[in-house]
Write a new protein. Structure first.
Length: 133
C-alpha cells in the first residue's frame, strides 16, 4: 500500500502499538488489510473480537485533552460503523505510546483527559473492557 499520507503512517503505527498490547493477553491477533472496516481481529477466551483503532499524533491545541472521532475515516460516504463492525475501540496517543480501550459507544466522538491517556494501564484496561463485554 502507498503510505503517502501522514495520516496513514499514524494509523499504521497505532495499529501495531495496539496489536502489541493485545498480544500480551490474547491468543490470536491479526491486522487486517483494506477494504476491511475492522483494523484488528483478535481472540480472547475462545471468542473473536473486532477492534477499531483510532490514533492521534498530537493533543488538542488546548493541551488539556485528546479528542477521537469514533466514526469511519472521512473518505467514506457512510461514516457510521455497522452494528457488528466494532466490539472495542483502541484510542491511541502516539507521543505517549499508550492506548485506552473502550467498548463500542453510540456517540460519534470521545474526549479523554490528557492525564488519563498518559497514565493508563493499557493491559489492565483491556482486560476490564473484555471481561465486561
Amino acid at each position: 500500500t502507498n503510505m503517502s499520507r501522514p495520516t496513514d503512517k499514524v494509523g499504521k503505527a497505532g495499529e501495531y502499538l495496539t496489536a502489541s498490547i493485545l498480544s500480551m493477553v490474547c491468543e490470536d491477533v491479526v491486522l487486517t488489510t483494506p477494504p476491511s472496516t475492522t483494523d484488528i481481529i483478535f481472540q480472547y477466551q475462545d471468542r473473536l473480537y473486532k477492534c477499531q483503532v483510532k490514533a492521534k499524533s498530537k493533543i488538542e491545541p488546548t493541551k488539556a485533552n485528546w479528542r477521537f472521532d469514533l466514526r469511519r475515516s472521512g473518505n467514506t460516504k457512510k461514516r457510521q460503523y455497522e452494528d457488528n463492525a466494532v466490539d472495542v475501540f483502541a484510542l491511541v496517543s502516539l507521543p505517549y505510546r499508550n492506548v485506552v480501550f473502550i467498548p463500542k459507544l453510540p456517540q460519534n466522538q470521545i474526549t479523554l483527559v490528557d492525564e488519563h491517556i498518559k497514565n493508563n494501564d493499557a493491559v489492565k484496561n483491556l482486560l476490564d473492557v473484555l471481561n465486561n463485554l
